[in-house]
Design a binder for this molecule. Structure first.
Ligand code: UDP
Ligand code: MG
Length: 323
């Protein structure tokens, strides 16, 4: 253990941060992050992915990289979404440990030394868990809770609750994640799926310091669907059982009708039951087809084998580098 600790304190730490229209935050973020990193013994690099920002984010990042030589800027060709931006950051990170962090300072950088300490103690993944979600709205809190419940019921690799992307991952873990070939990446699920020896530390999540959250309403709903369909085929399998149940109910109903007809003769009325069962079954079938469609769509997108993101330029050590 002692030996472990001594060697790891010389190893490179990579901080991975996605930026999408965060011009108001760039300076604030580095003002808080850099002193924390300067205080640790390890050498470090900060991989900044500019996820197609349309404001001054890139310019501000370039300014910062003149002051802090440890910055590597990956400029993506357009907005690919946080998951893709994070994937890019992991691909370019060279450290023995990688720490993804949101730049809105909702993930306190002050936790990083503690994470490194736990990593030095032998953990391969160090999760930062929010003590509560007081900084989120009621709607976000309850929908998140429901999402975790449903996802974890259906998926073989449960996602720990109240844990975001803020965590430390050993190089082994990062390599395992990079080896996953899928191009649609639900990072929380992927992180959980690869496993490894995990320790948890707790923190209180702050409010976003400036700017606005990019995940609201519809986007969150799609994110949740993405999460469930990425890691579970239960929504597909449910139709088998639903089919069996409906079929056996109709069988018994058919027997009852046949029996009645034999004993009491034919009675014509039956409009209500006919229309109700037709509409009900029609609705159920449409939902079933919708679920099938969702998965076929995923197969379609996956089969195109497009890259997960496209890099315009990489800037490191204040220079433009080839990809
Ligand atoms: N982000 C990104 N691409 C996007 C949306 C967000 O890189 O398309 C980044 C954003 O700049 C921030 C992080 O992802 O660093 C988290 O975003 P946000 O704070 O909006 O999410 P929330 O905390 O509300 O879940
Ligand atoms: Mg945030």
């Amino acid at each position: 253990m002692e030996h472990h600790e001594r060697t790891k304190s010389h190893e490179m730490i990579s901080i991975a941060c996605p930026f999408f229209n965060e011009e108001k935050l760039v300076d604030k973020f580095f003002t808080r992050l850099i002193p924390v990193l300067n205080a640790i013994k390890n050498p470090f690099e900060v991989i900044c992915v500019n996820d197609g920002s349309t404001d001054l984010t890139l310019m501000k990042l370039m300014e910062q990289s003149k002051i802090h030589k440890q910055l590597v800027i990956i400029d993506l060709s357009r907005n690919f979404g946080k998951e893709a931006a994070l994937t890019a950051a992991l691909d370019y990170a060279s450290g023995s440990a990688v720490i993804p962090i949101d730049v809105d300072l909702q993930d306190p950088p002050e936790l990083i030394p503690k994470m490194i300490e736990v990593w030095c103690g032998g953990a391969e993944v160090v999760l930062a868990r929010r003590r509560d979600r007081r900084s989120d709205t009621w709607a976000k809190r309850s929908s998140a809770l429901m999402f975790y419940r449903i996802h974890n019921m259906l998926s073989e690799s449960p996602i720990p609750e109240n844990v975001g992307d803020f965590r430390l991952m050993d190089r082994k873990v990062v390599e395992a994640i990079k080896d996953l070939p899928e191009s649609r990446r639900f990072m929380k699920g992927i992180f959980a799926w690869v496993g490894f020896k995990t320790e948890i530390i707790e923190y209180t999540r702050d409010e976003r310091v400036a700017g606005e959250s990019k995940f609201n309403g519809w986007r969150l709903w799609n994110f949740a669907l993405e999460g469930i369909t990425s890691f579970s085929t239960a929504p597909l399998r449910v139709w088998l059982y639903l089919g069996i149940i409906v079929a056996s109910i109709s069988m018994s109903y058919a027997l009852i009708i046949a029996f009645k007809t034999i004993i009491f003769g034919i009675k014509v009325p039956g409009y209500a039951s006919l229309i109700v069962s037709t509409l009900f079954l029609g609705g159920i079938q449409l939902v079933g087809i919708g679920v099938l469609g969702e998965y076929i769509g995923r197969i379609y997108l996956e089969s195109k084998r497009r890259p997960k993101y496209i890099v315009r330029e990489v800037h490191a050590n204040g220079r433009l580098e080839n990809k």
